[in-house]
Design a protein around this ligand. Structure first.
Ligand SMILES: [Zn+2]
Length: 119
């Protein structure tokens, strides 16, 4: 359970105390999230090599599709037009883009470099 809390609160995968992101980003201000290169508490390096986060794009895709499916199932109960639902899903995907960016990188970090991994 604490791993899930650490992922959602964006804590370091090794010590669970330092923050991974320095800025959360805001899509309405055209700001992307920014990561620390190392943990402020244990100095753990987050990006092991260039392209380390390439795989997190696939995690981001899965997270976004899951959100869209859940939103579609809920919206389908209240909205009659599929076109309206598709437009709402497009708006939802833009609004959640920075959240998905951070969540997918956190899932990727914990998948490859979590507390029980010895690399
Ligand atoms: Zn740390």
């Amino acid at each position: 359970m604490s791993t899930l809390v650490d992922i959602l609160t964006e804590k370091c995968p090794k010590c669970g105390k330092g923050h991974v992101f320095s800025e959360k980003g805001n899509i309405f201000l055209f700001r992307l999230p920014k990561m620390h290169s190392n943990c402020s508490h244990c100095n753990h390096r987050f990006e092991k090599e260039p392209g380390y986060f390439f795989g997190s794009m696939f995690v981001s895709y899965a997270v976004a599709v899951a959100e869209m499916v859940v939103f579609f199932l809920i919206a389908n109960q209240f909205v009659d037009s599929y076109l309206t639902i598709v437009v709402l899903i497009g708006i939802l995907s833009v609004v959640l883009s920075t959240f998905n960016f951070r969540l997918s990188r956190m899932l990727w970090i914990y998948l490859l470099d979590g507390k029980n991994k010895q690399l």
